[in-house]
Design a protein around this ligand. Structure first.
Ligand code: UDX
Length: 468
């Protein structure tokens, strides 16, 4: 039925995206929505994911995405598992396959694992019988486009122009970021063919992005911009988290400091919320990629500088555990600890690199009993902790989750946690009751007045115990 509709319309362009994850799925949905004259197809090797995109329950949770998919699916947005056919039919192919950090061999723990990406390049080459523009949408190490060109042009007479178009969307605000991006960056070779291909991609974005926000560059600058943007953002968080450690020692308040420095226009107020640490699929991966690249070029001082961001992030998570341990009388054995939130940030079910994973593992190591609560991420949490020894329960309702616990640790800044009835929660908890607010989202004074011992990040603790 869908096929009939497809063939009964003539589209101006056939656009394909290989990889139907967060980035590929959301970007193509918005592109289809804003470009009704283009046919947009998304393929993935994971048939389940394609089936989910074609069902009522989409494979990702992202505010606004359902409406957009509903408005476009079957009209000019299609999800398919027939990758070779889709490649043949497309004039422009976006590649958005995952490039996780390598966990084996040379560069393990640092470099990007390019196996899926390289398989995709070969598949495009083998299935193509006409010229195509290939657009790198994932985060890839600098000079990957060059490797892509080499693979693509190794056997055939078909012309491939490789473009870099890094994605800057953040999860939870993906649709908004895509509809109204700060900028769209498109990099190409500075040859006549490269510039022609780049202009074709500019034309797509011009359907909804003001021209002044579409910027073009050479291909390596485009690739490196993505790594640099994420490194700068993460650097701000590690900087404020480093300040939070000093605040806890000196009695200063990190929120007041963030406010005071953020008002300086040269600094700005964003990405200055101290937390238990940053997570997500990009920040750590991209920084480690950058570090690997620097080491490859012998830039050890530069590598050390960027690596410091990840080191501070790990330190911040460990510091959180240390505060819990120290405060709860130096033992967590058999203590019941409830994690409020498991997603790496609010408004997503994604738990990749979530600080909650590390915290849960460390608490299990200390032989605490865990109760994990989250409005969206419980299923992912179960997978993340499947191999961890220890007592764990998963309870979505926060009241039920906290009942009988010695402590609550806030891991994710879900709005709902700020609005709970903490008197009711306090009554149902073991005493003394502790709250460790890893996101500084709760009303600490009020919690203290209720009876909790409260430990925020980078602010004076509010404890009912007398200092000796
Ligand atoms: C990030 C970049 O923002 C985006 O441009 C890029 O394309 C992908 O990586 P994302 O990982 O979705 O996006 O989330 P982001 O909102 O940037 O948050 C990353 C982590 O930092 C989260 O764990 C978040 O909770 C944490 N964070 C963010 C802080 O701890 N403090 C802050 O002030 C901001």
């Amino acid at each position: 039925m869908v096929d009939k509709k497809q063939s009964s319309r003539t589209f101006k362009k056939n656009i394909l995206c290989i990889g139907g994850g967060y980035v590929g799925g959301s970007t193509m949905a918005v592109m289809a929505y804003k470009c009704p004259r283009y046919k947009v197809t998304v393929v993935d090797i994971n048939r389940d994911r394609i089936n989910q995109w074609n069902s009522e329950t989409l494979p990702i949770y992202e505010p606004g995405i359902e409406e957009i998919v509903r408005a476009t699916r079957g009209k000019n947005l299609f999800f398919s598992a027939d990758i070779d056919k889709a490649i043949r039919d497309a004039e422009i192919i976006f590649v958005s396959v995952n490039t996780p950090t390598k966990n084996f061999g040379t560069g393990a723990g640092m470099a990007a694992d390019l196996q899926y990406w390289e398989k995709t390049a070969r598949q495009i080459r083998d299935a193509s019988d006409s010229n195509k523009i290939i657009v790198d949408k994932g985060t890839l190490p600098v000079k990957t486009a060059l490797a892509m060109e080499r693979i693509l042009t190794a056997t055939k007479d078909v012309q491939f122009d490789v473009i870099s178009n890094p994605e800057f969307l953040a999860e939870g605000t993906a649709v908004r970021d895509l509809l109204d991006p700060d900028r769209v960056l498109i990099g190409s070779r500075e040859t006549p063919e490269g510039i022609r291909a780049r202009n074709e991609i500019v034309e797509i974005y011009k359907n909804w992005v003001p021209e002044g926000r579409i910027i073009t560059s050479d291909i390596w600058s485009s690739e490196l911009s993505k790594l640099a943007a994420n490194a700068f953002l993460a650097q701000r968080i590690s900087s404020i988290n480093a300040i939070s450690a000093i605040c806890e020692k000196t009695g200063a308040n990190v929120t007041q400091i963030a406010h005071a420095i953020g008002l300086d226009k040269r600094i700005g107020e964003k990405y200055l919320s101290a937390s238990v640490g940053f997570g997500g699929s990009c920040f750590q991966k991209d920084i480690l990629n950058l570090v690997y690249l620097c080491r490859h070029y012998g830039l050890n001082e530069v590598a050390d500088y960027w690596e410091g961001i990840v080191r501070i992030n790990n330190y911040q998570k460990e510091r959180f555990i240390f505060t819990m341990l120290l405060t709860m009388f130096n033992t967590l054995v058999d203590k019941k600890i409830c994690l409020f939130g498991f997603a790496f940030k609010a408004n997503t079910g994604d738990t990749r690199e979530s600080p909650a994973i590390y915290i849960a593992k460390r608490l299990a190591e200390e032989k605490a009993e865990l109760v994990i609560s989250d409005p969206q991420a419980i299923e992912n949490a179960k997978k993340d902790l499947a191999d961890v020894d220890g007592k764990m329960r998963y309870v979505e309702d926060p009241y039920e989750a906290a009942a009988g616990c010695d402590a609550i640790a806030v891991m994710t800044e879900w709005n709902l946690y700020a609005k709970l009835d903490y008197e009711k929660i306090y009554r149902a908890m073991a005493k003394p009751a502790f709250i460790f607010d890893g996101r500084n989202i709760l009303d600490h004074k009020r919690l203290f007045d209720i009876g909790f011992n409260v430990f925020p990040i980078g602010k004076p603790k509010l404890s009912h115990f007398r200092e000796r």
